[in-house]
Design a binder for this molecule. Structure first.
Ligand code: NAD
Ligand code: WQD
Length: 337
């Protein structure tokens, strides 16, 4: 059955890939984005990939008027709420901006949805809600631990949604805790916006492979992991996008809320990622071991079985495909620069 889905932040990295997956699954999509962290070219790129017109509302998720008009104009069946600020370091320096966009934006959106009678939502959460977890792989039952204002906003968002569902059973919310999204669409038309010097590992490694940065700083090799470097559960952004389709379809067909990790259940170290990128590109990627990055977690790996049970979600693409698609995307951009 075709549904009409609103994607807040739909022009961003994960939102744009989810747009493609939703259109492929036969749904109509409306994007709301203020382009705070997205390229203006994304909507036309999405049209190239899907062969369908993109319905775009340019606006801010904190703007109640824009939302009221949007819900009055389009009959929205469900929302995926991506729009948020997401840089951990920036959140330490500018917590109020994070409270405003991530918590204020969510609250404004929920009010507008409730007024419009649209009560199905998929929420972008993060493994960061687990802080430094006691167990790896980490199950969804692990306790919340805020390590920074960004993480706090995801915990608060999840808790708000829990209270809302408790107050009114009409609400059905899918909370998706992403591990480390990586890679790009196979067409290389969309990917992660590489505007600034990246904080995250794979986009940084990509810039070293391109020769735009001299070397990767490996943040510590004295963790209690096989090679001493940090271990993460990298998930291909196209797999992640498919997870949203499954979550939405579950909410639309059953009205059952869920909280699931989206990861592969397999971890890779920083050195393994560098080696995989080297293989994918056939380029030398110099690195040096530096101090640990303050606040870093040694190991983040998802317990991935609940996503299989509840959503039938299984990842299909591995680290090599993440590196290859990332490279196709960033080298294509560099070619055009
Ligand atoms: P992104 O920055 O690429 O996408 C966010 C989008 O929201 C951008 O297009 C931006 O322009 C838009 N936006 C920001 N503020 C807005 C506002 N006030 N009104 C309207 N639009 C606004 O980020 P992403 O990586 O695609 O992340 C999407 C979601 O997933 C976020 O909620 C993020 O916290 C969460 N998440 C991301 C990761 C990750 O590593 N990328 C991991 C876990 C969770
Ligand atoms: C991965 C590994 C680093 C850069 C962050 C957020 C988290 C989530 C995803 C949104 C770690 C190491 C990194 C570098 C390195 N975002 N590293 N050199 O820290 O798992 O998570 O992004 O929710 O909230 O905290 O991802 O890609 O920054 O780091 O050695 O230049 O790579 O120490 O072990 P992280 P990351």
């Amino acid at each position: 059955m075709t549904s009409r889905i609103l994607l807040t932040g739909g022009a961003g990295y994960i939102g744009s890939h989810t747009h493609v997956a939703l259109v492929a699954a036969g749904h109509d999509v409306v994007i709301l984005d203020n382009f705070a962290n997205a390229q203006r070219t994304v909507p036309e790129r999405l049209e190239q990939i899907t062969g369908k017109r993109v319905t775009l509302v340019e606006g801010d998720v904190r703007d109640a008027d824009t939302l009221a008009k949007l819900f009055a104009r389009h009959e929205i069946d469900a929302v995926v709420h991506f729009a948020a600020l997401k840089a951990v370091g920036e959140s330490m320096a500018r917590p109020l901006a994070y409270f405003d966009v991530n918590i204020g934006g969510l609250s404004t959106l929920l009010r507008a949805m409730d007024n419009a009678g649209c009560r199905r939502l998929v929420f972008s959460s993060s493994a960061t809600v687990y802080g430094i977890p006691d167990e790896a792989p980490t199950p969804e039952t692990a306790p919340f631990r805020a390590m920074n204002p960004y993480g706090q906003t995801k915990i608060t968002g999840e808790q708000m949604l829990g209270w809302l569902q408790a107050a009114n059973p009409e609400w059905a919310v899918g909370i998706l805790r992403y591990f480390n999204p990586a890679g790009a669409h196979g067409s290389a038309l969309i990917g992660e916006d590489p505007r600034d010097i990246p904080n995250n590992l794979m986009p940084f490694v990509a810039k070293v492979a391109l020769g735009e940065l001299p070397r990767v700083s490996v943040f510590g090799n004295d963790y209690d992991t096989a090679d001493g470097t940090g271990v993460r559960d990298y998930i291909h952004v196209e797999d992640l996008a498919r997870g949203h389709v499954l979550s939405l379809e579950k909410l639309l067909s059953t009205r059952q809320g869920h909280i699931v990790n989206l990861g592969t259940g397999r971890g890779y170290s920083v050195l393994e990622v560098i080696a995989a990128y080297q293989r994918a590109t056939n380029r030398d990627i110099p690195y040096q071991i530096t101090d640990r990055r303050p606040g870093d977690v040694p190991i983040y790996v998802a317990r991935a079985d609940r996503a299989v049970e509840v959503l039938g979600f299984r990842t299909e693409k591995g680290l090599d495909e993440m590196c290859a698609s990332s490279w196709k995307w960033v080298s294509g951009l560099a070619g055009k620069a």
